[in-house]
Ligand binder design. Structure first.
Ligand SMILES: [Zn+2]
Length: 214
């Protein structure tokens, strides 16, 4: 039988108790977080990130995607902070994997120049929100809480206003449902083209929101 040394035992006990605390506080264990991230990657047909970092106990830790080479999926790092996510309405697997659908959309479009000010800074966020809605509709996930949480956020130079974010999530849901009902298979690129068309049809709203924040 394999010998388990003292250090391994201490780590196992520490992880066991941490997971109990996480489950009680955030309704998610670290394993469930990892599964939710991998499910989001699978939705886009992309490989797992090279690293998943739990930054819940880091004071400045935020939920994000980072990379070095924008032309590769294989150096992508995904980070999460459950405390931050809880304040956005994430209270379990569905909300968490929805947020990582957003982060994985950033992975997907990491080398894309999108239209809009600052190299499409807001558009990168809006397309990520839109895909959150698409996946929710295709996989029958109730993302009301996280949508409402994001809708409460203020806009900034890096992130659109919450009202706008909600609109794009809802539009993504609408497209997802349409495709599901009609049983039409569409690629991420097809959905992306629909996003661009929607943006063009609602350009006035987008500019009005930008004027208020920029
Ligand atoms: Zn984002």
């Amino acid at each position: 039988m394999a010998q388990i040394d003292n250090n391994t035992t201490i780590i196992m006990i520490r992880d066991f108790y941490r997971n109990i605390i996480y489950k009680a506080k955030y309704n998610l264990t670290e394993d469930e977080c990892e599964r939710a991230i991998l499910d989001a990657c699978r939705f886009f047909g992309m490989p797992a990130p090279v690293l998943i970092k739990n930054l819940t106990n880091e004071p400045q830790g935020s939920t994000c995607f980072s990379n070095r080479d924008p032309n590769s999926f294989y150096d992508d790092v995904l980070c999460y902070n459950l405390k931050e996510l809880k304040s956005l309405g994430v209270d379990g697997y569905v909300g968490f994997t929805a947020v990582f659908t957003h982060e994985c959309a950033h992975r997907l479009f990491q080398n894309r120049l999108l239209p809009g000010p600052d190299f499409g800074q807001w558009e990168h966020e809006l397309v990520a929100d839109y895909f959150m809605g698409v996946r929710a509709a295709l996989q029958d996930m109730d993302i009301t809480k996280v949508t409402d949480g994001l809708a409460q956020t203020m806009g900034s130079g890096t992130h659109p206003t919450g009202t706008l974010r909600r609109e794009y999530i809802l539009y993504g849901k609408q497209e997802g449902y349409m495709h599901r009902i009609k049983n039409i298979d569409a690629s991420a690129e097809d959905y992306f083209q629909l996003f661009l068309e929607y943006r063009l049809r609602h350009l006035q709203e987008l500019h009005a929101a930008e004027m208020r924040v920029y």
